[in-house]
Design a protein around this ligand. Structure first.
Ligand SMILES: Nc1ncnc2c1ncn2[C@@H]1O[C@H](COP(=O)(O)OP(=O)(O)O)[C@@H](O)[C@H]1O
Ligand SMILES: Cc1ncc(C[n+]2csc(CCOP(=O)(O)OP(=O)(O)O)c2C)c(N)n1
Ligand SMILES: [Mg+2]
Length: 333
């Protein structure tokens, strides 16, 4: 391979032991010891499939990250990516009102990828699983063309009550958030500007989202009528609740001032507002609750009202339509 081709691949693939020097069994022999034991794991990884003791209703979700689309080698370590891909999956389980129980992990990689990156990656994902009491059930390995690395995680979860859907918001409900808004997008912008140290909290959130997992089942038990995690931006994800529930969500801009202020010194007021309204990858939880029942840790950021004859279901800011769009994988902007 030419040096030019190697340098395109970046440090993940240019130092250490390339995966092509191992066979699959050897690689799995390195990977399995990193996984947490898992109290409900009846058959651990290594057989044709794992066996997990679980509830009678199981939540299932999957999310994938791709090098160059979801992270750059220069920004994130293997452990960061392990943390991120698991956290974003567990956030989807929490957003249904469930408790995550297990994950399956598929790594598809250029054989030049280093074993050291993979082991760091496995350590990062095992850390999140251990902290959340989640078992690693297994996964798959496959090779990929030059420069390609992707990790796909499938998460399972237990549902103790009723699932909280996107479609249950009712006029008169309060719109509330648990967690920060805009930090991960601010971190992305700072990484893109090669200035990650200007707001370390933001770059850390971009690298390692911290979804409030316990707040999902807490919200479900506390009467949440609709819920999701903010992965594509407050307005875009809020719009999904509005359309599924056939209501109008009206954001109260004054409730978002602390989020904007936390970013404005570094990014300026306009970009800070953009991050808060449209920033993806935050994985905070957004939910609606009947008025007067907001559980601890949730803060009201708006209201839910009926759709008028002359309008469609939508999310508004201070009663007005806004044009910030949020993240979309396919649309060229
Ligand atoms: N390729 C696909 N095939 C089948 N279902 C899909 C596919 N991609 C997404 N979905 C489903 O569409 C819905 C929305 O997906 P997505 O926007 O990724 O949700 P989230 O933001 O919660 O991860 C989910 O129910 C998901 O399972
Ligand atoms: C190199 C790079 N470019 C762009 C982004 C920004 N980005 C990637 S995915 C995404 C949105 C969330 O991802 P998605 O797969 O849509 O999550 P889901 O909604 O399925 O949970 C954003 C803002 C990034 N993190 N890294
Ligand atoms: Mg998804």
């Amino acid at each position: 391979m030419s040096n030019a081709r190697r340098s395109e691949r970046g440090p993940m693939m240019t130092g250490g032991t390339p995966l092509r020097s191992l066979d699959e069994e050897e690689l799995l022999g390195h990977i399995f010891p990193a996984f947490p034991p898992g109290a409900d794991l009846v058959v651990a990884p290594g057989d044709d499939a794992a066996v997990l003791r679980t509830s009678d209703r199981t939540i299932a979700t999957t999310d994938t990250v791709v090098l160059g689309r979801d992270w750059l080698d220069a920004w994130s370590s293997g452990a960061d990516i392990g943390h991120k891909v698991v956290a974003q999956n567990l956030a989807d389980v929490a957003a249904m009102g469930g408790v995550p129980t297990g994950v399956l992990v598929t790594l598809v990689a250029d054989p030049e990828l280093s074993l050291e990156w993979v082991l760091d990656h496995v350590r990062g994902l095992a850390e999140v699983c251990t902290a959340a009491g989640v078992a690693v059930l297994g996964g798959d390995l496959s090779s990929a063309p030059p420069g390609v690395v992707m990790v796909s995680v499938t998460a399972l979860g237990r549902l103790d009550g009723e699932p909280v859907l996107r479609s249950g918001a009712r006029p008169g409900d309060v719109l509330a958030v648990h967690g920060s808004l805009g930090l991960a997008d601010a971190g992305l912008r700072l990484l893109q500007a090669d200035a990650p140290d200007r707001l370390p909290e933001a770059t850390e959130r971009q690298r390692r989202p911290e979804p409030p997992l316990a707040a999902g089942p807490q919200a479900a038990a506390g009467g949440a009528t609709a819920m999701l995690d903010v992965s594509d931006g407050l307005l875009r994800d809020g719009g999904r609740i509005a359309r599924a529930s056939r209501v109008v969500l009206d954001l109260d801009l004054s409730a978002l001032v602390p989020d904007v202020d936390a970013l404005a010194d570094v990014l300026g007021a306009e970009q800070a507002l953009d991050c808060v309204l449209a920033g993806g990858e935050e994985h905070s939880l957004l939910a609606t609750f009947p008025a007067g029942v907001l559980p601890a840790g949730w803060r009201a950021i708006g209201t839910v009202r009926a759709v008028r004859d002359d309008e469609a279901p939508a999310i508004l800011v201070g009663g007005r339509v806004v044009t910030h769009t949020g993240w979309d994988h396919f649309r060229a902007t």
